[in-house]
Ligand binder design. Structure first.
Ligand code: HEC
Ligand code: HEC
Length: 268
């Protein structure tokens, strides 16, 4: 066998995409399922992707989601993989302090080890963006020291790491749909016994299986693909963003699994 022939043979059996690239692509998709972009990008002012977010107005004050690009000075460039996983799944900062639950780690806590690994690979593959964080502007009664208590009171949002139901995992864990569609009490604790019955403060409607039972599968696919409602209108504000940056990017099999779960899940 001549040398050139051997060389061609070797090149032709090399995988077209490296394993590292595959992991990064998987992580990008996890980020889309979990919609990290929407909060961590100042979309309105054409901010750089994931370099720090828009002002999030809540009943507790204004939150500014931080820069999560791997910039060493202003982002998370100096973090270890372990610190990143702990922030996303446990709401704990590298210095041990607790994050505010506006960061939906109470849903993300059930993200699987494989998915966290891919998400980390993706996040650290991004181009670092130097952009200072804004300080949150919160009401006087809100402070980090109450957060451990809040975390103890706030219940699990449903699916767990060993959940075999892909739809439940996408809706409850990655998609964090409970965060807006399940009511909260005055302490901001999700009322899981009324799962998906809607949150008036956020104008988020009831999406329990009971309320979705008259929707055909096609109507739900339309809604999650481009925001179209059966009435001919389109969803607005928060949901429009969820559709644009998250659900419209879901793979068809994942979308179907999510819809199957939404139409079947029991309210408790
Ligand atoms: C609903 C809005 C929202 C979504 C969605 C969201 N985050 Fe955040 N995130 C926040 C807020 C608000 C904070 C700041 C919390 C605090 O200061 O206590 C934060 C903080 C963080 C931090 C800590 C950064 C630091 O400098 O300490 C990381 C890391 C992070 N988010 C990653 C992610 C990833 C990865 C995703 C997607 C899987 C995601 N976030 C989705 C709102 C969000
Ligand atoms: C940031 C808050 C927020 C999140 C997160 C969110 N939604 Fe929504 N959703 C809304 C709001 C607000 C509306 C009402 C929009 C309108 O009527 O224009 C809505 C509307 C809907 C509707 C239409 C219901 C109807 O009767 O018109 C469905 C279905 C829905 N959401 C499902 C989901 C699913 C599934 C998820 C998780 C992937 C999700 N939403 C995540 C805020 C949210």
């Amino acid at each position: 066998m001549n040398y050139l022939y051997k060389l061609i043979l070797v090149i032709s059996i090399l995988p077209a995409v490296s394993p590292a690239q595959t992991l990064i692509d998987q992580g990008r998709y996890i980020a889309q399922l979990a919609n990290c972009y929407s909060c961590h990008t100042d979309i309105e002012n054409e901010g750089k992707p994931l370099a720090g977010g828009r002002a999030m107005e809540t009943q507790f004050g204004i939150f500014y989601p931080p820069n999560i690009t791997p910039d060493k000075e202003t982002g998370i460039g100096n973090w270890t993989e372990h610190q990143f996983a702990k922030a996303v799944r446990s709401g704990l900062a590298p210095d041990g302090s607790h994050y505010y639950p506006t960061f939906p780690y109470s849903a993300y806590k059930n993200i699987s080890d494989a998915d966290i690994k891919a998400l980390t690979a993706y996040m650290f593959s991004l181009k670092p963006v130097k952009q200072m964080n804004n300080n949150h502007n919160l009401s006087w009664f809100v402070s980090r020291w109450v957060l451990p208590i809040w975390k103890m009171l706030n219940t699990d949002q449903g699916s767990n790491k060993s959940d075999k139901d892909r739809g439940a995992y996408i809706v409850d864990t990655l998609g964090h749909c409970n965060e807006c569609h399940t009511p909260r009490n005055s302490l901001g604790i999700l009322q899981m016994e009324q799962k998906f019955s809607g949150n008036e403060d956020l104008s988020a409607p009831d999406i329990s299986s009971e309320s979705l039972k008259d929707w055909s599968k096609e109507e739900l696919i339309d809604l999650f693909s481009d925001g179209a409602l059966p009435s001919g209108d389109y969803v607005s504000d928060h949901m429009a963003e969820v559709v644009e940056y998250s659900t419209s990017t879901w793979k068809p099999a994942d979308l179907k699994a999510a819809i199957r779960y939404l139409q079947k899940q029991k309210t408790n």
